[in-house]
Every structure is written in C-alpha cells, then in structure tokens.
Design a protein around this ligand. Structure first.
Ligand code: FAD
Ligand code: NAP
Length: 313
C-alpha cells in the first residue's frame, strides 16, 4: 500500500510520553496522529506491578498502558499500528516513512521512542538469545518453572525481575558487579528478604554455557571483578537487566544528542536542535527514566507544539 497522510502533529511512540502527548495534543485541537511502533504501550507492557504511578497504589503495567491508549483515543488522537523506518527533518513539512507503506507528513513532530534493553555484547549471549537468554522476565519467566535462573544487574529492573522470577524458579542468583544495589531501597529490602534469591556480589557474566542440540542454556561462567577468578553456576535461564539505551536510530544523524545518545533538548523545554521537532520521555532522559516523568514530558511537548504552531500562524 502506498499512501500519504498529512497531520499537524505526528507523535512517534506509544509509551507514557507518546500517549500523554496525544491527550494534550488532541485537547489543543491539533488532531494528532500517533504511530505506535513495534511495542504498543512501550516498556511498561513488559512488567507486572507498577507501584509508583500516582493515583494507583498498584496497577499492572500492561493495564495502565491500555487505559492510556483508550484515553488518548477518546480525546481524539488517531492511533496507528505502524513503525517509522525513516525520518526526514531537513525541510517542512517533515516526512516520516511508515513500514506499512504510508508516508506521513507533519508540521510538527513529537519523538517519544523511549528506550530499549541493553545487552552485554558477549558472543555466547547472542548465541543463546531466545534459547535461555532473555531481557524480559514477564515475557519469558513462565518457561523456567522449577529451574535455576541467573539475573545480571543491580538496578530496579534487575531486582524486580529477580523477585518476579521467584514465582517460577527454584532459585534465582542475582549477579552484580558491585556489592551495592542501585535499585530503590524498598525493592532491595524485598530482594534481601526473599529466601529464593541469592546475591552474588563483585561478579560479571563471562560466558553463557549451553548445548547445541537442542539449543539451550546449561550454566554460566562468572568472573570475580576484583580477583579475576572464574567460576561456574548451573542454570537454565539468564536474564540480562543492565539498563536501557535510548531508541535514537531515527535521529542519531540529524539531532543533537548527549550523555551516550539521549536526544538533547533545550533547558526547561522539549525542543530539540531542529525547530518543530520535540522529544519527550526516556529518549531524552538519562536521569529519571520513570513513567510519570515521561508522561510529564509528553504533556510539555504537546503544549510546546501548540505554541510553536500558533506562533507561525
Ligand atoms: P517507552 O515506554 O520506552 O515507549 C517507547 C515507544 O516508542 C514504544 O511504544 C515503541 O513501540 C515506540 N517506538 C520506538 N521506535 C519506534 C519507531 N521507529 N516507530 C514508531 N514507534 C516507535 N517506571 C516507573 O515509573 N515505574 C515502574 O514500576 C517501572 N517499571 C519498569 C519495569 C521495567 C521492566 C522496565 C523496562 C521499565 C520500567 N519503568 C518503570 C520505566 C518506564 O517504563 C519508562 O520510564 C517509560 O516507559 C518510558 O516511557 P516513554 O514513553 O519514554 O517510552
Ligand atoms: P539502571 O538503573 O541503569 O541499572 C543498570 C544496572 O546494571 C546497574 O546496577 C549497573 O551496575 C548494571 N550494569 C550496567 N552495565 C553493566 C555491565 N556491562 N555489566 C554488568 N552490570 C552492568 O537500569 P534499569 O534497572 O533498567 O532501570 C532503568 C530506569 O528505569 C531507571 O531509571 C529505573 O529507575 C527505571 N525503572 C523503574 C522501576 C520502578 O520504579 N519500580 C522499575 C524498573 C526500572 P552499576 O550499579 O554498577 O552501575
């Protein structure tokens, strides 16, 4: 299908930043189009309980994102299941190429493409991805009933994944390169109290061990970060939870970035280095990376688009 759609505001991404931008953009009568991307609902669809979304003591991540989508739609955002594969920001209207064949042209754009899981970059990690190596406990935890699992990392994601995996696993070893967790204290306390979880401090993943036929993980080699000593841990699953990197591939050559690829915005603003292009959420945020801060930036971006377009009229 080959088709062109013009909109005053194109929102790229369907996490908390994108949907909030949709709500505010709709209420400003900009009739936004929002393209969802490969992960409709964004990162929160890969988790279970969210306990820090204001107004909900506890809400399931996927449920929260379904509600946000419905809210944006009810306000008037047109939500399209498509992936933007190419973006031309060199002239206005801006042009975005959809994987569906649709070409979107837009007077203003809000980038809300968020972040994606980082990997260690080991050859053996790559070899067993999808065959015992995963970056999503909620997606794959179910396959490890009664098995031993290792989780790599010491942030909120690693601790939450380790706790979640105790629903299935007989034992979870949390491998962290230091002896102090980066996660929130409430999560760290839960981890330390859980009898199924054993932290292994000052260790890094050295190699994933496994069989070829059928392909699957049998264990890991870990390296002591101080002594360099190598040891082995038997396990069937390896969950890598070492953080997230901004999903900046559409704009890495056209927009200013900083702090390892986060899109740079003007102080107290979501404006990027190209007038008419705004960025919100984890794509721009190396510091907080929370649902509520992403939603806040989505709001700011839509309000700034409204002012930007009004200023041109
Ligand atoms: P994301 O949620 O990352 O969404 C990005 C969107 O962009 C996706 O919809 C994707 O499909 C889309 N996209 C990307 N590329 C393209 C493209 N080329 N074309 C079209 N669309 C594209 N935060 C909390 O506050 N509380 C929590 O309890 C919490 N738990 C978490 C648990 C896990 C396991 C993880 C990974 C994160 C958690 N976070 C939590 C962090 C929170 O999920 C993020 O801060 C938040 O989702 C960022 O929102 P965002 O809108 O910037 O982007
Ligand atoms: P993160 O906070 O950046 O933590 C990454 C962890 O992985 C750190 O402990 C880090 O170790 C470790 N690490 C990084 N590179 C490594 C490597 N090469 N080898 C071994 N270990 C490595 O990432 P995150 O936990 O994914 O969290 C991302 C953001 O989402 C954060 O802002 C977080 O607050 C948010 N989030 C929030 C919640 C919640 O609110 N409940 C849940 C999940 C995520 P060091 O500590 O030594 O640096």
């Amino acid at each position: 299908m080959s088709d062109t759609r013009h909109t005053r505001l194109l929102i790229i991404g369907s996490g908390p930043a994108g949907y909030t931008a949709g709500i505010y953009g709709s209420r400003a009568m900009l009739e936004p189009i929002l393209v969802q991307g490969i992960e409709p609902g964004g990162q929160l669809t890969t988790t279970t309980e969210v306990e820090n979304w204001p107004g909900d003591t506890e809400v399931q991540g996927p449920d929260l994102m379904i509600r946000m989508e419905a809210h944006a739609k009810a306000m008037g955002t047109e939500i399209i299941g498509d992936i933007i594969t190419d973006l031309d920001l060199s002239k206005r209207p801006f042009t975005a190429q959809g994987d569906s064949g649709i070409t979107y042209t837009a007077d203003a754009i809000i980038l809300a493409t968020g972040a994606r899981a980082r990997w260690l970059g080991l050859e053996s990690e790559e070899k067993f991805k999808g065959f015992g190596v995963s970056a999503c406990a909620t997606c794959d935890g179910f396959f490890y009933r009664g098995q031993e699992i290792v989780v790599i990392g010491g942030g909120n994601t690693a601790v939450e994944e380790a706790l979640f995996l105790t629903n299935f696993a007989s034992k979870v070893t949390l491998i962290h390169r230091r002896d102090e967790l980066r996660s929130e204290k409430i999560l760290a306390d839960r981890l330390m109290r859980n009898p199924k979880i054993e932290p292994l401090w000052f260790h890094e993943l050295h190699e994933v061990l496994g069989d070829e036929n059928p392909r699957g993980v049998t264990g890991v080699k870990v390296k002591h970060t101080k002594t360099g000593e190598i040891s082995e841990i038997p396990c069937k699953g390896v969950f890598v939870a070492i953080g997230h990197a901004p999903a900046n591939e559409l704009v890495i050559d056209t927009l200013e970035t900083h702090m390892g690829g986060y899109v740079k915005t003007k102080p107290d603003s979501t404006a990027t280095s190209v007038p008419g292009v705004f960025a919100a959420g984890d794509l721009t945020d190396h510091q907080y990376r929370q649902a509520v801060t992403s939603a806040g930036m989505g709001c700011m971006a839509a309000l700034e688009v409204e002012r930007f377009l009004a200023g041109e009229e």
